[in-house]
Design a binder for this molecule. Structure first.
Ligand code: PAF
Length: 282
């Protein structure tokens, strides 16, 4: 595996791969890699001739400076994981390399970005598009892999790809969970022992909500019950829970019929000062 830190070198290495007619998969990450990232990498390695993984804590997508400052950085362990996974190129640039000048691009993403994380984290999706569009531009992969834990992010990136007129295939990969149901996240390392013990309650409640739907509750009633059940666990506080169309991200007031786009329940929960997100498909 080559570790590349400069955009020019990355372009040069990729040109050689393209000359050989190889297909390229891209897995954008912010490092602190865990089994969830590993599942994206494994899929890319399986589906493409060569895989590039970027490791870059993108400052423009953090609307909270404390979150950026405390975001875990584990470059050595990340490189070892990627090497072991059979990655061809780990792209690990500095902030100056990616943003030699301030990026003032404003992405007009429309309704997919105007709900849930959109208003809760102003500027977040714009920052995600700033970095992902740059990575798409440098790498020009055949496929790019994203985890469904950040469910709305995938919808936003699909929209961005459409705006760019890009043929890159966006591959959504399922959430990977701990044995007790907690969705894997780089932020989980910030949970105290006590917080780690209560955090799986989030997924337990989401899983139970499938039964409430089957019992005949409406989406509105399921939302209210999920919020009440999660909040009943001391130490957890729901920021929002929405049930949305899995493609448009717009709230639904009736369950989809067979053959229609599924609905997704997307939740954000504070466990102390750690913001956890999770989702479930209905
Ligand atoms: O999902 C993430 O880790 C980030 O938002 C991404 C896609 C790597 C962009 O920085």
């Amino acid at each position: 595996m080559r570790i590349i830190r400069k955009v020019d070198q990355l372009r040069g290495a990729l040109a050689q791969l393209r000359d050989k007619g190889l297909t390229i998969g891209l897995v954008p990450t912010m490092g602190a890699l865990h089994a969830g990232h590993r599942s994206l990498v494994d899929r890319s390695v399986k589906e493409n001739d060569a895989t590039v993984v970027s490791v870059f804590v993108n400052p423009t997508q953090f609307n909270n400076p404390a979150d950026l400052a405390t975001y875990p950085r584990t470059e050595e362990a990340d490189a070892a994981l990627l090497e072991q996974a059979g990655v061809d190129i780990a792209f690990i640039p500095s902030v100056e390399e990616i943003y030699p000048e301030k990026d003032d691009t404003q992405w007009d993403l429309g309704p997919v970005a105007e709900v849930m994380e959109g208003p809760m984290r102003p500027g977040h999706f714009n920052g995600v598009c700033q970095i992902v569009s740059r990575l798409f531009n440098y790498v020009n992969p055949d496929r790019a892999y994203f985890g469904e834990k950040d469910f709305q992010q995938i919808a936003v990136i699909r929209r961005m790809t459409q705006i760019m007129g890009s043929p890159i295939e966006i591959v959504a990969c399922p959430i990977v969970r701990e044995d007790d149901g907690l969705a894997l996240s780089s932020r989980n390392v910030r949970l105290s022992k006590e917080q780690r013990a209560i955090a799986p309650h989030i997924h337990r409640v989401l899983a139970k909500s499938l039964d409430w739907k089957a019992e005949g509750l409406t989406p509105r009633e399921v939302i209210d019950r999920v919020v009440a059940e999660i909040n009943s666990q001391p130490g957890l506080e729901v920021e929002y829970y929405e049930i949305v169309d899995a493609i448009t991200m717009q709230p639904v007031d009736a369950w989809p019929k067979d053959g229609e786009t599924p609905a997704a329940g997307c939740v954000t929960v504070y466990c102390g000062d750690v913001r956890l997100i999770d989702n479930i498909k209905y």
